[in-house]
Design a protein. Structure first.
Ligand code: FES
Ligand code: FE2
Length: 400
């Protein structure tokens, strides 16, 4: 169901010249990109029930290897068990709540030992040792294992979820699973380390821009040289997709020209994918860049209404060909530039959203990703239908 929303177009409210559009043809309102209470609502209604990517199984190959994710004020850890199974836990000791595992990744041996009073947990989260046990004679160890979170492995990637019981990652990715299956993601290994880049924008501006096909020919000259005008865009269920095929005309830019020239054959990809770049955005904040030469994930994590961390890392199939090594480096160079161009754009948008002159804007026919994202946000948080900020306390009151 769509609701009619009045767009601010300079005409006085109620004037017959004011334009009225279906909400589906309008962007989300600017206030929700800069409001602390709206972010609180998003934490509860958007993020807590969402799947968040932590790492790939190849990042934690041995029992006792772990990766952590800082998210919504929590630290979550994923630990590979003695049985080879990865498990997800809150990284919090059951005794006095000390943080257990340090850093973004590491190896904890055959057990997790708390640095505060040395309570000891097995790799599957059971509490197996308490020094000064007699002091806790009343306590049943079995009731004090680590608090678990939902975990799902999708095509080699480990996702966790803090709560909720929505669809699985596999169910959400289903419309495109046959495409991702071609890339042998399960066999990939990390190329480098996770990078964290902070952006002075609301997290939604990162995702909106990621699946915005209209800006590419205007604002990304490199991508336009490489892909011409031919970017496709599509939205199915929980996933938005964009794609472009490399043109054969050599680019005027050296890195791009060398990438075009040296991109080697990837035997297991079908012909139409050997020179295709595609991008998939999984609700609400995860993006996959799928290249013939590598695969990146990018996750935008809100720190505040106007600050976001972009967490990103690339994975590759082992391939010792010199051309492959070269194009992976060139890909990084090309996309580093794109990322700086996007940084400037999203900061420009964030700044404009603070203007009193702006509430919502119209969406074009092809802006299917922005429309689908808008529908989901409005369904979960109906206040997103309001053009201006409601009085303080709207979310806190509704949650008492
Ligand atoms: S807080 Fe962990 S053992 Fe005391
Ligand atoms: Fe962009």
């Amino acid at each position: 169901m769509t609701t009619q929303v009045r767009m601010y177009d300079g005409a006085p409210a109620g004037s017959p010249t004011a334009e009225t559009l279906d909400e589906d043809r309008l962007s989300l309102p600017a206030w929700i990109y800069q409001d602390a209470e709206f972010l609180e609502a998003e934490r509860e209604l958007v993020f807590r029930p969402s799947w968040q990517i932590v790492c790939h199984l190849s990042d934690i190959p041995r029992a006792g290897d772990y990766h952590t994710l800082d998210f919504l004020g929590e630290t979550i850890c994923v630990i590979r068990g003695q049985d080879g199974v990865p498990r997800g836990f809150f990284n919090v000791c059951r005794h006095r709540a000390a943080r257990l595992l340090d850093g973004s990744s590491g190896h904890c041996g055959s057990r997790v030992v708390c640095p505060y009073h040395a309570w000891t947990y097995s790799l599957n989260g059971d509490l197996i040792g308490v020094p000064e046990r007699q002091e806790f004679s009343h306590m049943d160890l079995r009731r004090h294992g680590l608090a678990a979170v939902d975990l799902e492995v999708y095509r080699g990637f480990v996702f966790i979820r803090l709560g909720g019981n929505g669809p699985t990652v596999a169910e959400m990715m289903a419309p495109y699973d046959n495409e991702l299956a071609l890339y042998r993601l399960e066999d990939m290994v990390p190329l480098g380390r996770v990078t964290l880049r902070e952006r002075a924008v609301n997290w939604k501006n990162v995702g909106d821009n990621y699946s915005d096909a209209l800006h590419i020919r205007v604002a990304h000259p490199g991508l336009t040289r490489l892909f011409g005008q031919g970017y496709g865009v599509q939205s199915r269920g929980w996933v938005d997709k964009m794609w472009g095929a490399l043109v054969e005309t050599p680019s005027a830019n050296l890195s791009e020209r060398l990438y075009q020239k040296y991109l080697p054959d990837v035997e297991h990809l079908p012909p139409e994918r050997k020179r295709l770049w595609s991008y998939y955005k999984l609700w609400p904040n995860i993006a996959f860049d799928v290249y013939p030469d590598q695969f990146d994930f990018m996750q935008s994590i809100p720190l505040s209404p106007t600050r976001t961390i972009i967490r990103e890392i690339a994975y590759v199939l082992p391939d010792s060909r010199r051309e492959m090594r070269a194009v992976r480096y060139l890909n990084w160079r090309i996309n580093r530039k794109v990322s700086l161009e996007d940084k400037a754009l999203i900061e420009r948008v964030q700044h404009g959203m603070a203007s009193r002159s702006y509430t919502v804007g119209p969406l074009g026919d092809s802006e299917v990703s922005l429309k689908s994202f808008g529908r989901r946000v409005r369904d979960l948080i109906p206040e997103a239908r309001l053009n201006t900020r409601p009085g303080a306390g709207w979310f806190r009151r509704s949650n008492i």
